[in-house]
Design a protein around this ligand. Sequence first.
Ligand code: CO
Length: 216
Amino acid sequence: MKFLSQLFDNNKQWAIDVEQQEPGFFKSLSEQQKPEYLWIGCADSRVPANEIVGLKPGELFVHRNVANTVVHTDLNCLSVIQYAVDVLKVKHIIVTGHYGCGGVNAAMQNGRFGLIDNWLRHIKDVQHKHQDHLKAIESEGKRQDRLTELHVIEQVMNVAQTSIVQDAWARGQELQLHSWIYSVGDGMLRDLKANMSSSDQALESYQEAVARLKDS
Ligand code: CO
C-alpha cells in the first residue's frame, strides 16, 4: 500500500507558502466562497483550470469531465450549473475545450474504448451535425481541431438552453456565457466568441461563431 506521502508533503508546503504570502487566507476562505466564474472544462491533466487563468482558491467554481461536455440529462453537470447560478450567483460560465483532446480524437475514430464510448456519442453527434463542414477539411489534424472548436460552441449552446440559464436570464440576472479553447502546446487560451448574455441573442451568437470558423 502506498500512502503517497510525497503528495502530503507537497500539500503541507503549499499551505505554508500560501499562508505566508497572505496571512489569514484559509480562515477567510473557510467562512465563504464567492466565485464570479464557473469553469466547465476537460478532465485532462494538462488543463488545470485555476492555474491557466491565474485564479486562487475561492475564485473559480469548477466542473470537469471528459471533453468538457454539457449533456441535458447529466444531473452532475446540471447540479453544478444550478448551484453556481442560483446560489453562488456567478456572473460568467466559461466552457473551455483544448486542442489535442483525447475524448474528441477518440470520438472521431471508430475504435471501442469501453463504457466511455457512450459518453463520446455526444461528441459524435456534434460531428454528424457539422459533417459537411468537417469533411471539407483535408488534414486530419485540422479536422480534429475544428471538431474540438465546434464541440465547445455546441456545449455553450447547451448551457444556454438549460432551464437554469433560461430562468436566470428571464428574471434579469446578469450572466454571460463564454466559449474558450486552450492549447496545451503553448499554454495559451483563445476566445471562440460564442458569447451569450440573453435568450434572444444566444442563437445569433452561436450561428456567428460557427460561421466564423467555417470562413477561417
Ligand atoms: Co480533453
